[in-house]
Design a protein around this ligand. Sequence first.
Ligand SMILES: [Zn+2]
Length: 415
Amino acid sequence: MPNKNISRARFINNKLLGRKRDVEEKTCIEEDIREIRPLTMQLSTETTQDRQEVVEVCEDLYHLLKHEDIHLLKEFHRMYLDYSFTNNLPPQLKALDASQPWLLYWIGNSLRLMNPKWLSKNYQQGISEKLLNASVNGGPFCGGLGQLPHLICNYAAVTALALCDNYDDCWSKINVHGIYQWLLALKMPNGGFKTCLEVGECDTRGTYCALSVAAMLNILTPELCTGVEEFLIKCQTYEGGFGGCPQEDEAHGGYTYCAVASLAILGRLEVINVGSLMEWCSARQFNEERGFSGRSNKLVDGCYSYWVGGTAAILEAYGYGECIDKPMLRDYILKCCQTKERPGLRDKPGKSPDFYHTNYVMLGLSITEHNFKVQGSVNSIKCAPIKESAEIVPINPVFGLPSEDLEKFVRFYSH
Ligand SMILES: [Zn+2]
């Protein structure tokens, strides 16, 4: 009879993740206990082979760049981002037709993270007009013209507008009351939020998108927060990280960030098992690749520099100490996520750069350059530079925005 752990692994693998390949089971009798390590090292699966390939390509890069003092190639990446504001995007980006606010946030934020002046007034005008024209009455926001309001796009739209420095008084045009009523209507009996009024999933991601917008727009009422803490507590898994839903789920970097940032907004980090969360974050960083994976037995990926790195930065800000190796992460970002051949930042060597990874890898780079400490409220997390010259501006790790923009935006709605 299979033991409980194998049944659990099988359930997660086959039922939850829908994978067709079965879990490989190796058992050993008690006398062989000393042999367990060699046994696991002998085990070769598609997963271990894929990882070995990534380890080799990363090690080659570290060897090649051993004596080079690598920096972020800012002007080079700027070209990639500027191009998108002045040219049509390639046809394959049609797939992101329902994610237009995301493109604006990723591109606008990346420029702003490298140099505040690079997100020009022209770009701020373009971002704010596009978002306000696509959604009726200033929100709740949708993914594109003629689409339904959606919680995830609403978050991206509000965050992108926060980058616009109130261009043409665009912040007054956000329908704060309408967004609040809509968020209340999205609340589910289990404390989470569904993504759409008509139909939509309910998970930690949507919960973060609701709470962060509410915190920024000063509409985080007790009514809106009822049951959210209990919902999030149930999403922490036996591994220490968080899954998307309260039922049995796999701990994942993105969901973990969303749950932890939400708890920081609620001021309730102490209600979870912080020790096991920190162990899980630490276990996501590999010695060989130096960057993070998003889940157990998955490959390293640059965007988790922020999803896991941001989680660690929030815990650091709230006095729980550091659980990641920032210089190692910095190495992965600068040596494996960027090349001199193509502008923009990428997931890992061999992958193409994209706007999503450019933004989250840059946010991760900022985490390697600063120490974080909360000052009074979640809106005010101070960043002390570790090095004399930081390449990225200070960020607020709860909101994924430059600290300066976030504080100005929040102040606008604070009275
Ligand atoms: Zn990624």
